[in-house]
Write a protein that binds this ligand. Structure first.
Ligand code: ABU
Length: 546
């Protein structure tokens, strides 16, 4: 499985290594020959004779560990540089069967005998090579894009610390950082200082699940011990443009997707508060107990922000829990220019906010923020004695892990805390404003062109721009079924070519009665106007013959 490129690359590595002179001084003839190979700079065969068992904590494992990790860093640095390089591809696409068959020495099969570290390094490099460069300035496919270098350092440090964020005992620094971040986020939401609680969770869907769990426990605390048999038939409300995780959480929590009432939106994708009011009354007259309303601040496809004050009024009228799913829109709270769009969020009982989206924190980083202090713990606490001993030597209120529905929890806060330190609040503001400026630019470019149609005519509220490309063959057709069915095929056909060519990536989907259209989202601060122009021209190039 010799790979010429790898051998060449590993040989070149010699010049890049920083040797530890002190370590070389203490080499003795008895030392392991592998270590001597490394220190003599005999690089070509180095890693091919070294195995993971030779690394720390193995005796004399310091030097091979250092050289191995330096090589890994070289691979990662090369990837980081390529990710930001406009002349490199966004992806080197291969179909699943091609990957499974194995590509140029890259095999997914797992061996019984260990592979040597040369192969492990090749595997690291190839894993990145055949993946997608989500930090590329021309990757517009997802809400989470970009690569923040400080955030990356934070993630590396987190993995190196390799601890679990459930008790102060084993995460003293990270737990206090989590507390600091949650308080800052609550302040941005606008809750009074004496209120507010929260926890970081593994993604927006889980944060949304927490919100329903809390709403149910708040109204029917007996559910914790007696289960759903002790609870009347509940009704939840969310808009037709909201995220599917609300319905999924209803299924998980035993409420049932049929008891999630889907509220109509206006043409801009915003929930219509009157429709919400009618729907709540209909649910009541059908014998259900309305419990919870999810308002969305930044819908997944349109980027629409529901009218939060009007929805809060309806919730107050019917005494319902108001949750705001601001997974996507929460970042706008960091911008003086755009935070006003979320006015009313301070009236919510709970908020989902994903810093791993437009704030650019490396995946994953999502918070569920709850206005009522103590509710999270009361709802989820199980007091496992082996972990949450009440007689520890410190204030055990810092053992926040029992607020979570998980036991083990990844540390998602350090990279976020480090980024906030490195940018300041104003750095996030600049970054977010830039993303929205890119969206405004794309919107204004498309508006003036005859070969594109915008899905909604008004200016973007967030950084989503939704549009159809109309190839010449469809331009003369009258609007109707035939045109729609042809138009429905355009975006997927362009997307296939785009993936195979690897120059850019943008998502598409149908929505309601609207046939397949592109959704371009901006969350990467590396993207510039030139990339927006590139996207437009690339779509035209790939689609004009269709
Ligand atoms: N709500 C999860 C992210 C969806 C997206 O990136 O399009």
């Amino acid at each position: 499985m010799e790979n010429k490129n790898t051998t060449k690359r590993l040989t070149n590595r010699t010049a890049e290594c920083v040797w530890d002179e002190n370590r070389q001084d203490v080499i003795t003839p008895e030392k392991d020959s592998k270590e001597r190979q490394i220190q003599s700079g005999n690089e070509t065969s180095n890693f091919s004779t070294i195995y993971s068992k030779d690394l720390l904590p193995e005796k004399n494992g310091e030097e091979p560990t250092k050289q191995f990790l330096l090589e890994v860093v070289n691979i990662l640095l090369s990837y980081v540089n390529k990710s930001f390089d406009r002349t490199s591809k966004v992806l080197d696409f291969h179909y699943p069967h091609q990957m499974k068959e194995g590509l140029e020495g890259f095999s997914l099969d797992l061996p019984d005998k260990p592979d040597n570290l040369e192969q492990i390094l090749v595997d690291c490099r190839d894993t990145l090579k055949y993946g997608v460069k989500t930090a590329h300035p021309r990757f517009f496919n997802q809400l989470s894009t970009g690569l923040d270098i400080i955030g990356l350092a934070g993630e590396w440090l987190t993995s190196t610390a390799n601890t679990n964020i459930f008790t102060f005992e084993i995460s003293p620094v990270f737990l206090l950082m989590e507390d600091v971040l949650l308080k800052k986020m609550q302040e941005k939401i606008g809750w009074p200082k004496e209120e507010g609680d929260g926890i970081f969770s593994p993604g927006g869907s889980i944060s949304n699940l927490y919100s329903i769990l809390l709403a149910r426990y708040h109204r029917f605390p007996e559910v914790k011990t007696k289960g759903m048999a002790a609870v009347p038939k509940l009704a939840l409300f969310t808009s037709e443009h909201s995220h599917y995780s609300i319905r999924k959480a209803a299924a998980v929590l035993g409420i049932g997707t049929e008891n999630v009432f889907i509220i109509k939106c206006n043409e801009r994708g915003k929930m219509i508060p009157k429709e919400l009011d009618y729907s709540i009354m209909r649910a009541k007259s059908g014998g259900l107990i309305p419990l919870y309303v999810n308002a969305t601040a930044g819908t997944t496809v349109y980027g629409a922000i529901d009218p939060l004050h009007d929805i809060a009024d309806v919730c107050e009228k019917h005494k319902l829990w108001m949750h705001v799913d601001a997974a996507w829109g929460g970042g706008l709270l960091m911008s003086k220019e755009h935070s006003v769009k979320l006015s009313g969020i301070e009236r919510a009982s709970s908020v989902t906010w994903n810093p791993h989206k437009i704030m650019g924190v490396p995946l994953q980083c999502s918070a569920i923020l709850v206005r009522k202090k103590g509710l999270l713990e009361a709802c989820n606490q199980m007091c496992a004695e082996y972990l949450f001993q009440p007689d520890k030597q410190y204030d055990v209120s810092y053992d926040t892990g029992d607020k979570a529905i998980q036991c083990g929890r990844h540390v998602d806060v350090f990279k976020f805390w480090l980024m906030w330190k490195a940018k300041g609040t104003e750095g996030f503001e600049i970054q977010i404003n830039k993303c929205l400026q890119n969206a405004e630019y794309l919107y204004s470019r498309l508006k003036e062109r005859a070969d594109f149609e915008l899905v909604f005519k008004s200016e973007p509220e967030h950084s989503n721009v939704c549009f159809w490309y109309i190839p010449p063959s469809l331009r003369g057709l009258p609007h109707g079924l035939e045109r729609n069915s042809k138009l429905h095929e355009v975006a997927p056909k362009i997307k296939v070519k785009m993936m195979e060519k690897g120059t850019t990536m943008v998502g598409y989907q149908p929505h309601g009665e609207k046939v397949n259209f592109f959704r371009c989202v901006f969350s990467n601060p590396a993207t510039k106007k030139v990339d927006v122009d590139f996207l437009i021209e690339e779509i035209v190039k790939l689609g004009h013959e269709l």
